[in-house]
Design a protein around this ligand. Structure first.
Ligand code: NAP
Ligand code: G4F
Length: 323
């Protein structure tokens, strides 16, 4: 039987790298879409590069997406590319709308026009729940996004549903809650904390400046969450799923656990800096993953404490290597 082909947008990101590993291990031919840069940054997929095929494209450019889908003829398309950092979405709201919102329509259009039998995954986000109307949040909880990023993701979510209903595409949205790993971007709060802990532990730094310590997030491990993406595309019917741990923790609890795991007292190092307070905050996220558990047989494997430890150890290892 011919090998299945998967096309991943956002392959150079955190999730793109874990999803590539998973699909390669399942025997897929994996194609990754990358955009042109003056200096290539493929660190997260460097260890996979000989087992991947990279194609050029950009979510703001329809013709490149058409060409990528036409050339690859994928069985599965995972749309992970986005301007994904919430604070940047206030500084670059229209860019965020172009990439994170309209970019989804462009990928769907490319699929509809040249490969309508392909199965499509959209990276929706718990950020869409924003000022939450239910606790915990489910697939039926109404959206009230609190950032231009959240607004763009709501658009991407509903255009995916609309293409499923209008054109009968096999198109799914995974409403993923925050998921982290040692490959998380350094600007996101978890990695910012674990990197600072490692730097302080090694005597390279003394201080960590943060914003709102009271925000609550449902944090899981990215390696677990990419499995849910794949499972969504293996069902008889396309559907949308919440992917979460069902546990919530404050940023302060993450800080305590991270500093504690390195034998440090966080109160000696953390400074609250108003520059990191957002114009509008998502105060509480906690997902109910019952539907994913029941229909996909998915459950998270890595606990909160294991995740914190894995990330602190990852940063310590990386900094020691670079020393
Ligand atoms: P990430 O690390 O920020 O990766 C984003 C990816 O998008 C990168 O590969 C980036 O490429 C690419 N990209 C950005 N703009 C692009 C453009 N104009 N054209 C083509 N590619 C572009 O994000 P992640 O954490 O892996 O998340 C994956 C997806 O899930 C995103 O859509 C994110 O919004 C969504 N999501 C993430 C979480 C989470 O907690 N991680 C939760 C819910 C939803 P470069 O390397 O060239 O910048
Ligand atoms: O790590 P964060 O930047 O993630 P945020 O905003 O929840 O967004 C992430 O998760 C979404 C899923 O819900 C994704 F869709 C999105 O792409 C991204 O991956 O911030 C988490 C919390 C916020 O409440 C923020 O106010 O941490 C708080 N925080 C406190 N101090 C900080 C900081 N966040 C950052 N980035 N930096 C700080 O210094």
């Amino acid at each position: 039987m011919a090998k299945k082909k998967a096309l991943i947008t956002g392959i150079t990101g955190q999730d793109g790298s874990y999803l590539s590993e998973l699909l390669i291990s399942k025997g897929y031919d994996v194609y990754g879409m990358v955009r042109r840069a003056s200096v290539e940054r493929f660190d997260r997929i460097a260890h996979l590069q000989e087992r991947l095929t990279l194609v050029q494209g950009d979510l703001t450019d329809q013709s490149s997406l058409d060409e990528a889908v036409k050339t690859v003829q994928p069985d599965e398309v995972y749309n992970l590319a986005a301007q994904s950092f919430v604070p940047t979405s206030w500084n670059q709201p229209t860019l965020t709308g172009e990439v994170t919102g309209l970019g989804t329509t462009r990928v769907l259009e490319a699929v509809r026009k040249t490969r309508p039998e392909a199965r499509f995954y959209q990276a929706s986000s718990s950020e869409m729940f924003g000022k939450v109307r239910d606790v915990p949040q489910t697939e039926l909880t109404p959206f009230h996004p609190r950032s231009p990023y959240g607004v763009a993701k709501v658009y991407g979510h509903f255009i995916t549903i609309n293409y499923r209903e209008s054109y009968n595409l096999y198109a799914c949205s995974g409403i993923l809650f925050n998921h982290e790993s040692p490959r998380r971007g350094l600007e996101f709060v978890t990695r910012k904390i674990t990197n600072a802990v490692a730097r302080i532990k090694l005597g390279l730094s003394k201080e960590l400046r943060l914003g709102n310590l009271d925000a609550k997030r449902d944090w899981g491990y990215a390696g677990d969450y990419v499995e849910a993406m794949w499972l969504m595309l293996q069902q008889d019917e396309p559907d949308d799923f919440v992917v979460a741990t069902g546990e919530t923790h404050t940023v302060k609890e993450f800080v305590e656990a991270a500093f504690g795991s390195a034998g440090l007292d966080w109160e000696k190092h953390v400074v609250i800096d108003p520059r990191f307070i957002r114009p509008a905050e998502v105060e509480l996220l906690i997902g109910d993953p019952s539907k994913a558990r029941k229909k996909l047989g998915w459950k998270p494997r890595v606990s909160f404490d294991e995740l914190v430890k894995m990330m602190v150890e990852g940063d310590l290892k990386e900094l020691k290597k670079g020393a």
